[in-house]
Design a protein around this ligand. Structure first.
Ligand code: MRU
Length: 321
């Protein structure tokens, strides 16, 4: 299985996530402008993959003899919520004084670490899920995509599914479709199908009803930014899932590499929430689905207070606020 984002032949190569599941194609990003566009369009997405994009973007700028600090600023602000993007940029920038090759080496080291750290975080989380949920095999609920495609490799929340599936412990994954861009229906379902994990896609609005009907043993999600007190920003709809899970006494587990922790932020109120284009909601596949003058509220993320989370898990184990 190839990496979601990599470096080859002087370019950043990404799996184009706007084309999946219909078409599996690669994009070669040869300029900083092309990278920023790919990040904004969600051709490459998911917090850990954005960290890799940030670091490789700085490496690309350095190799092209660009205005690296200016490019770094633009890349870091391409999307505001996932802290990993700015973290990846900063990490690569730290090697700028040693030349372009050192910057690229640092970016590639970050890519190598990503898979190891997500594997470790999801292994810790798998043990926490097994301890919290007595039923076997497990029925898990997933939101957005926190799999291989959201990372360089392996995945965070979906990484837990891979560990549990290897041990024959997964009955099914209920996949929230994740309106409006359908990262669940398009990407998570595609990954689960590849790994032959039983799954069903459901509308986001079915999640609470599935819990009420006793169909869910544990909710597993990733994160885009975790504040020092443990508040979690993740894909819009995560907060509602956490409230429903608490009401039904279902464990709600967040899995992320520690690069997603923003220890400078005291709590989730300081997290910038990306608001996306109204057209993501006013039309579907080019067909208008609202009156032409409909006003839109389209936040890409929400913040779940730590008190609603059973465990936030990183490669270091259970996160302590
Ligand atoms: O808008 P996206 O698709 O980049 O949002 C992604 C998410 O919200 C993921 O759940 C999060 O980045 C964790 S991915 C391991």
């Amino acid at each position: 299985m190839r990496r979601t984002i990599d470096w080859a032949g002087g370019a950043i190569v990404v799996i184009d996530q706007t084309a999946l599941p219909g078409e599996y194609r690669l994009l070669e990003l040869r300029t900083v402008g092309e990278l920023v566009d790919a990040v904004k369009r969600l051709a490459v997405r998911g917090a850990p993959a954005l960290g890799a994009a940030g670091a490789l973007g700085v490496a690309l700028s350095a190799r092209l003899n660009g205005d690296v600090r200016k490019d770094a600023e633009v890349i870091a602000h391409a999307r505001p919520t996932a802290v990993n993007l700015a973290w990846g940029v900063e990490r690569a920038l730290g090697k700028l004084g040693q030349g372009a090759d050192a910057v690229l080496a640092e970016a590639l080291a970050l890519l190598d670490e990503d898979e190891l750290l997500n594997k470790a975080a999801s292994k810790h989380a798998a043990e926490i899920v097994l301890a919290a949920c007595p039923r076997r095999p497990l029925r898990l609920l997933s939101h957005c995509n926190a799999g291989r495609l959201a990372t360089v490799g392996w995945g965070s929340a979906l990484g837990v599914v891979w560990h549990l599936h290897e041990r024959g412990l997964v009955e099914e994954v209920l996949v929230d479709e994740t309106r409006p861009l359908l990262q669940g229906a398009r990407l998570t379902a595609w990954e689960l199908a590849q790994e032959k994990v039983p799954y069903r896609v459901q509308p986001d609005g079915a999640a609470a009803a599935a819990m009420a009907r006793g169909m869910v043993d544990c909710v597993l999600v990733g994160a885009d930014r975790i504040a020092a007190n443990g508040d979690v920003a993740n894909k819009i709809g995560t907060y509602g899932l956490a409230i429903a899970a608490r009401h039904h006494e279902i464990p709600f587990v967040v899995v992320a590499p520690s690069s997603t922790v923003d220890s400078k932020l005291a709590d989730g109120t300081g997290i910038a929430i990306e608001e996306r284009d109204a057209r993501e909601l006013t039309g579907y596949a080019g067909v208008p689905i609202t009156p032409p003058d409909a006003q839109v509220f389209n936040p890409a993320f929400d913040v779940t207070p730590f008190e609603l989370v059973t465990a936030v898990v990183t490669e270091h184990g259970r996160f302590r606020p």
